[in-house]
Design a protein around this ligand. Structure first.
Ligand code: FCB
Length: 457
């Protein structure tokens, strides 16, 4: 299939969204009695954040939520994906919840609904309360019940107006980057001993789903980060290394949700998951949709025998890269291929939501119109890849751009701009980029085409 890169064939009926997360845009970390999170701790480590920044005030969205709502409405988004920070809502990870912060998110939900945009919150986008991490964080099974309690508090307050929920954002990144290699908070370097955090996160998601459904939720799911794994060389060693990486990045998260069982980790010499009776049954019943965040393929080669881990991640040959350089290769066909492959392995899978896709490119810090054709190409290529997967029978229902606006990119601070909207971090001023206009027009033409199809029936 060929496509015109700037005007991909857009599948009729797809929902359109854009995403942000609280710690990356809100600032005002201590406002309304907010507590400390693992990110407040991590960013104080010398050298942890590339530019020494703190994310505060960032886009200043906590003080000016109406600015982001206007931008979401200006795109005519079906839904807006934002996150609610656990440490603001329950500063110590226990108790009845922080009323001032609950009021804030309640007002925010109202603002979105008044603007005609459906709120689609994420309940955990990486900011564990420090007090919970001190008790073991995701290494501890007790965190499962604590998370479900927090989710119940939020749903009791917002559940009369919010019907669609994401529980966790990218448990794979929390396990791999947060607990295995330490490149994200909480900055632990446990290598394969990080694996229990997989099960505790999936179980926490399942218990949270039960709490949400008991409070009337219509749709609950989580967002897994998926990559398409490519062996560097066509050798048995590289294929074996790639298969192992595929398991710990993708399949250890997707298979319990989609089949009710983990891949056989012990056969690979890895520790088994800390599964108790009933856990897997709860996990396999827990999703109404399967959320996928996709950015890039990952190329793998076998590591030296002396290495503590048996694979190395290497640049993907022959493809362009984003502002991160060779770490983030651009290959839209990888999204199509992984969607088709996942669906072939799980033909009964629930509807798929692409919960994040987007790219950073070098852009000026000062406010002003940004022409960003590289971002438009990236998004157009990936939307076309989604269209191809839909044509092949994959039930994708929604596409979400990361991100609505420039933000604080975790350990990369302010050095990577992902927004459809430029943010001047000195003044908080927001200026839509060319990609914002492009996405707005794409959504409008997709909706017009869907209406015409509907009328001609
Ligand atoms: C994802 C995160 C999101 C953002 C993008 C670029 O892994 O969920 O917060 O950092 O990457």
């Amino acid at each position: 299939m060929t496509f015109e890169p700037h005007r991909p064939t857009v599948p009729a009926g797809l929902r359109w969204s854009a995403a942000t997360s609280a710690f990356q845009i809100e600032g005002s970390r201590e406002a309304d009695g907010g507590g400390r999170s693992i990110w407040d701790d991590y960013l104080e480590r010398p050298g942890a954040i590339i530019d020494g920044s703190t994310g505060d005030p960032g886009g200043d969205s906590y003080r000016h939520p109406e600015l982001d709502v206007a931008l979401a409405a200006g795109l005519a988004l079906d839904r807006y994906r934002f996150s609610i920070p656990w440490a603001r809502l329950q500063p110590d990870g226990r108790g009845n919840g922080n009323t001032a912060a609950l009021d804030h998110y309640s007002r925010f939900v109202d603002l979105l609904l008044e603007a005609g945009v459906t709120p689609f919150p994420t309940l955990f986008h990486w900011e564990m309360p420090s007090a919970m991490e001190a008790e073991g964080g995701w290494l501890s099974r007790d965190t499962v019940a604590r998370f479900a309690d927090y989710v119940a508090i939020v749903a009791d307050r917002l559940g009369d107006r919010v019907e669609h929920w994401y529980t966790l954002n990218e448990p794979a990144m929390t396990t791999l980057q947060g607990y295995a290699v330490g490149a994200l908070a909480p900055g632990k370097q446990l290598l394969f001993d990080a694996l229990p955090t997989v099960h505790h996160q999936l179980l926490a998601h399942a218990r949270a789903s039960e709490a949400l459904r008991a409070r009337g939720a219509a749709q609950v799911g989580l967002l897994n980060n998926h990559t398409w794994v490519l062996p560097l060389h066509d050798t048995a060693e590289d294929q074996q290394a790639a298969a192992l990486y595929d398991i710990i990045h993708n399949r250890v998260f997707s298979e319990p949700l989609l089949t009710g069982g983990y891949p056989d980790l012990e056969a690979l010499g890895l520790p088994a998951m800390p599964v108790h009776d009933g856990d897997l049954e709860a996990i396999v019943r827990s999703i109404d949709f399967y959320g996928i965040n996709f950015y890039n393929p990952t190329t793998i080669t076998a590591a030296d025998a002396a290495s503590p881990i048996p694979f190395d991640i290497v640049p993907t040959p022959g493809v362009p890269v984003t502002g991160f350089g060779p770490e983030w290769p651009i290959m839209p066909s990888a999204l199509r291929d992984l969607l088709i492959d996942l669906h072939a392995r799980h033909p009964e899978m629930p509807p798929v939501i692409i919960g994040e896709n987007g790219a950073s490119f070098p852009e000026p810090d000062d406010a002003g119109r940004v022409e960003d054709p590289a971002r438009i190409d990236y998004l157009a290529g990936h939307i076309a890849a989604v269209a191809e997967a839909i044509d092949a029978g994959v039930p994708v229902e929604e596409f979400t751009v990361w991100s609505l606006l420039d933000n604080w990119e975790w350990a990369d601070g302010y050095t990577q701009r992902f927004g459809l909207v430029h943010v001047d971090f000195e003044t908080g001023e927001r200026t839509p980029k060319a990609s914002y206009d492009w996405y707005r027009d794409l959504i409008a033409s997709a909706k017009a085409a869907a209406t015409t199809t509907e009328e001609s029936r």
